[in-house]
Design a protein around this ligand. Structure first.
Ligand code: ACM
Length: 444
């Protein structure tokens, strides 16, 4: 029973103190976030109590997160996730004190954001013939109202929603709907039906592209109060498109640009300006060739993600004055198999729960080398995850490990202790969320 619930000016806004006595609990928090986290802890203690009739220990918990950014990314572009299912996913995130939900709205395999004036996003880009030759058509598009409701639902649980519109690459679905946005328009282009990324990059030298993204960003502004838009920026093979595009070649010559990277720098800058009009800043997936070409600007936030590159990326991003979020492939890619023998789709490295747990976001380095790291993020890429059950089966329990990596300092973490806690949490998850890890094994 919650006996008192008060603000305590001595605590930071995301900190709380929970005092458990035989009569009930007293919550003190520094601000709205701290209160939400304190209530989340209380919820876990209640679940513990339900499992443990002898009661929970009395005591005082004084707590706050190690990092301000503790996120998960979902991928409705690859398989549409109905809004009601996203809310269930969010319930579990809130239970583990995640505070950021990145929603990957666009990719080669589907476009999920409606944009006024662009009806073919729905009639063409949100549909595909099949997935991996299964012969079953797949489609899905959110309504503006659904997304607004999701944002409000998340906000009530202390979670900020960050939309991702991937540019310039990962845009085969967009090409199917609007071939005129591309360097080499192919009217017979289809929405991609397999995994793997396309070489479909929007053409920066076509005015209709800029008109389109202005409309996209206006829509984002209406829906998402977050001051951030993730612009992707990953896996964009410039050499195969912009390098050969007559319009781009002519433009680079005119401007005296020495290569496509200079054109890319201008492209990202122009995109940032379009978003700045709405008071929004960009985030990007970090790519080393982009960094070498000085695409990122001091103060930008990027994500480290490629396998094995995080240690060097921590050093490089510090030098460039960037903020960094750790989504390291070897710990944070939660669509990868987590048990040996689980379907690895022919290439994915098995990433065990222990491997995810072993993440120290600072990689054991001193504060002065890592004070630009603002947090962690698990990514749940959806190429092979066609339902909420598939998503949860892969994401958990590893998401619990990522949550702890973002929340707790290394001094209080231990794999043995985590495993012991997880045995309890398995019961909580089963009861509270009606999600049975064994039952969904068939969904591998
Ligand atoms: C990514 O996995 N392409 C960021």
């Amino acid at each position: 029973k919650l006996l008192s619930d008060q603000e305590a000016p001595s605590l930071e806004t995301d900190a709380y103190r929970l005092t458990v006595t035989p009569q009930g609990a007293h919550l003190a928090s520094g601000g709205r976030e701290g209160r939400i986290y304190g209530l989340a802890t209380l919820r876990q203690l209640r679940d513990q109590l339900a499992e443990q009739p002898e009661g929970i220990p009395c005591g005082i918990i004084t707590d706050k997160p190690r990092y301000p950014w503790r996120g998960l990314m979902v991928d409705p572009a690859r398989h549409f996730i109905p809004a009601a299912d996203l809310k269930k996913f969010v319930d579990m995130m809130a239970y583990y004190k995640f505070n950021k939900l990145q929603i990957h709205l666009t990719d080669d395999q589907g476009w999920r954001l409606p944009v006024p004036g662009y009806p073919k996003l729905k009639s063409i880009a949100s549909r595909r013939e099949e997935s991996f030759e299964d012969g079953i058509p797949h489609e899905g598009m959110y309504t503006k109202q659904e997304l607004k409701e999701l944002v409000a639902y998340c906000a009530a649980r202390g979670i900020e929603v960050i939309p991702e519109i991937d540019v310039p690459g990962h845009n085969q679905a967009l090409h199917a709907a609007y071939p005129e946005f591309f360097c080499f328009p192919k009217p017979d282009m289809n929405v991609r039906t397999t995994a793997g990324n396309s070489k479909e990059l929007v053409c920066p030298q076509k005015p209709e592209v800029w008109k389109f993204y202005a409309a996209v960003f206006k829509e984002l502004k209406d829906i998402f109060p977050s001051g951030i838009v993730h612009l992707g920026g990953d896996e964009a093979p410039l050499e195969k498109t912009w390098a050969k595009c007559p319009l781009s070649i002519q433009y680079r010559e005119q401007k005296g640009m020495k290569d496509v990277h200079e054109e890319l720098k201008e492209f990202i800058k122009k995109m940032s300006s379009l978003l700045a009009v709405h008071g929004k800043r960009i985030q990007l997936w970090y790519e080393k060739p982009w960094a070498r070409a000085n695409i990122y600007n001091k103060g930008d936030t990027v994500f480290t993600w490629r396998m094995g590159l995080t240690p060097s990326t921590i050093t490089e991003t510090k030098k460039q004055g960037l903020s960094l979020i750790i989504a390291a492939g070897e710990h944070c890619y939660l669509d990868y198999p987590q048990l040996p023998g689980q379907n690895n789709r022919g290439w994915m490295p098995t990433t065990t729960l222990e491997q995810s747990y072993r993440l120290d976001p600072a990689y054991g380095r001193p504060e002065k080398e890592t004070n630009h790291i603002i947090g962690v993020q698990g990514t749940v890429w959806g190429e092979h995850l066609p339902s909420l059950n598939h998503i949860l089966y892969r994401a958990y329990p590893r998401a619990c490990a990522i949550a702890e990596a973002g929340w707790s300092p290394m001094s209080v973490r231990s794999w043995e202790n985590f495993r012991r806690k997880l045995a309890d949490h398995r019961q909580f998850i089963l009861k509270r969320f009606n999600y049975d890890m064994e039952r969904t094994k068939e969904n591998e």
